[in-house]
Design a protein around this ligand. Structure first.
Ligand code: TXA
Ligand code: MG
Length: 344
């Protein structure tokens, strides 16, 4: 087992960045915060190092990684052709939670980063710790979310430690991530561009700047036997107990809780702040009613918290798919496997 060191990115920080850079340059992996979720990084040009990410996460090797850069300028080193739309997106939304899928230059990045695809997803994260690390390393970092494959992505260093403590040597602790769910993945090799994974940069935000964007709906994604973002075909973000979705209505939730308890269940409820009197055995607030931002920031933490309870079933209230609601509902659909609570 690997001994894992967790260091504060704010206190005595320079020595910690130097250590992180040394570990990465030695071909090892380091977890670090971004504005979305914690990432597990390895130098993206070192194939042996990148393979350690897949090992630590238990990640299927056909699921490509996102490459993180510290500057916009270096993208041309890794990309065959940067389209006009891609340039616009970089100018308007970087640093930020937008991953751009572009044609990779052959033999520059490590083979396992792209999992055999001819394209690569790149983003410049909007987080002081991630940016400081990248800028001191002066190399790109391949980094998926720093969770064991299938678990909710980590929004705090302790989540990374819980999942990967025995597998990785170093975690830079930058506190809670702000957004709380993963970046938008936008395939700009298509015209119009296609949202492969909804995230913090919404369809609405993109369309206001670059014109029409395709956001495939669930049905299309299910019919598509070879999903475009390979990661989207795997079970994701799932706690141990089964998750059921339910409309965000207090009376409905109260009845469901009562019914499930009657059936012998211990019920965990993920719902807005005003649901605390719903009599659930375990209750996790996902922020003020109607605030998608608070819901997004709290969701993964709440899903993980369920694993620390004796709940046998989890009810999660839903939101509309407007704005970041599309990303939140996408993650909830995955966590629940699309199951909705019904009293029958
Ligand atoms: O916010 C984020 O994006 C976080 C932080 C750490 O940056 N990273 C993250 O990485 O969520 P990961 O590996 O958990 O998710 C990457 C997603 C997967 O669904 C993967 O299949 C897709 O992006 N992806 C990566 N490269 C791709 C490519 N070339 N073509 C299509 N999809 C790609
Ligand atoms: Mg992930």
């Amino acid at each position: 087992k690997t001994v894992c060191k967790v260091v504060d990115s704010n206190v005595n920080s320079q020595i910690n960045y130097t250590q992180a850079v040394d570990i990465l340059n030695a071909g090892e992996v380091v977890a670090f915060p971004t504005e979305t979720v914690y990432g597990l990084g390895a130098v993206a040009t070192n194939d042996l190092a990148v393979k350690k990410i897949f090992e630590a996460k238990g990640r299927p090797s056909d699921n490509p990684l996102i490459v993180h850069v510290g500057t916009k300028e270096e993208v041309e080193i890794y990309i065959e052709h940067i389209s006009e739309v891609a340039k616009q997106c970089m100018d308007l939304f970087w640093p930020g939670p937008l991953t751009l899928v572009m044609p990779a230059k052959p033999n520059v990045l490590a083979k396992s980063v792209t999992a055999g695809l001819s394209t690569v997803g790149i983003r410049m994260p909007d987080h002081p710790v991630a940016l400081a690390l990248l800028q001191q390393l002066k190399k790109p970092l391949a980094a998926p979310s720093a969770n064991r494959s299938g678990k909710p992505s980590p929004t705090e260093a302790v989540h990374v430690l819980d999942d990967l403590g025995g597998y990785i040597p170093y975690i830079l602790d930058g506190g809670s991530t702000g957004i709380g769910f993963e970046s938008t993945v936008l395939d700009v090799t298509h015209e119009p561009p296609v949202i492969l994974r909804p995230g913090g940069i919404t369809k609405e935000m993109l369309e206001a700047k670059i014109g029409p964007v395709i956001q495939p709906n669930k049905v299309e994604q299910k019919l598509d036997t070879t999903p475009k973002a390979p990661g989207m075909k795997y079970t994701h973000y799932a706690p141990n107990a089964p998750v059921y979705l339910i409309d965000c209505q207090l009376e409905k939730v109260r009845e469901a809780v009562k019914q499930l308890q009657h059936e012998g269940h211990a019920v965990a409820l993920l719902a807005p702040a005003n649901f605390e009197n719903s009599e659930a055995d375990f209750y996790f607030s996902i922020g003020e009613m109607g605030s998608k931002q608070e819901m997004g920031a709290a969701l993964y933490n709440a899903l993980r918290a369920c694993d620390k309870t004796t709940a046998t079933i989890i009810l999660a209230t839903t939101t509309s798919t407007e704005g970041v609601g599309a990303a939140i509902m996408n993650r909830l659909e995955k966590a629940s496997g699309g199951k909705w609570y019904s009293s029958k």
